[in-house]
Design a protein around this ligand. Sequence first.
Ligand code: SAH
Length: 272
Amino acid sequence: MAVITQTIHAGLPGKYGEVALVGAGPGAADLLTLRALTFIQQADAVVYDRLVSEEVLALIPAECQRFDVGKSRGHHSVSQAEIGALLVRLALQGLKVVRLKGGDPAIFGRLAEELDALDAAAISWQIVPGISAASACAAATGIPLTERGIAQQLRFISAVDKNCSTAQDWASLAKPGQTLVFYMGLSALGEICKQLMAHGLAVDWPILLVENGSRPEQRCLLSTLSEALADSQKMVLKSPCLIMVGEVVRRRQHAIVLAEIIGPQINKILAA
Ligand code: SAH
C-alpha cells in the first residue's frame, strides 16, 4: 500500500527549478484560481497553448519569458516531445516555470506526457487545477450538469482519439439518465448526433453547443440531435466549442420558452 502525503512531486534537490502545470480556466481571467494567479505572477518562464486567452496572458509579468506552443487540430506547431524537452530545459536553468493549459490541465490536456518528461529528468512539479470547459460552459448557460432523478451520471468524452477516429461505445452513451460532455467535438458533431440517434436517443433529444464559453464573444446553440448539425452550420460555430447532450439541457429550453411567454408581458408592464 502506498500513502500519498504531498501533492508536490519532489525532483532533484538543490539548484534546479520546478514546473507548475497550471489550469488557466476557460478564458475569463477572473475564473483563474488564486493559486494559478500567484504562480503566473511569480513565474520566470511561461509555456502556454492556444486555448489560453489573451485576458489570462495579459497577467504574465513583462520580464517573464513566454513560449507559445499552441497547437490547432491537425496542425501541431510544436510537438509534445518538444514541449516536454522545453519544460525540462527551462527547469534545469533554475527557473520557476509555469506550464499554462486551458481549462483543467488534467482533462484532455496531455498532462501525462509532460509529467513523464519531467519525471524522466527528475524535475520537481506540481499541478494546479483549473475550471474545465464543462463547468464553465454549464455555468455560463445556466444549466446544472447533474440533476437528481434526471442525470445521475456525467461523462466527459474526447470526441476524437489520437488517430482522429470518432469511434466510441455509442450504445453506452445513447442512454437517458446521464449528461454527455464532448470536448473537441465540433468537427465530429454530425457523427455524434447520427450515432446517438442510431443507438436509441430520440431525434428531439436536447443538445447545447457553447462556443468560447465564459469569454465576451461566447455564443450558444440550443438544438436537437436531428437539427444540431444544420443549425451549427448556419451559425458557423467555431472552436473552442463544447457539446453537452442530455435532459439537463431542457432546463434551458424551458427558460427560453418562459422568456418568450413572459418577456413581452414584462415589457408591457415596464412600458405601462
Ligand atoms: N483542458 C481543457 C480541455 C482541453 S481539450 C479543459 O479542461 O477545459 C480542448 C477542448 O475543450 C475544445 O476543443 C473545446 O471542446 C473545449 N473548450 C475549452 N475551452 C473552451 C471554451 N472556453 N468554450 C468552449 N469549449 C471550450
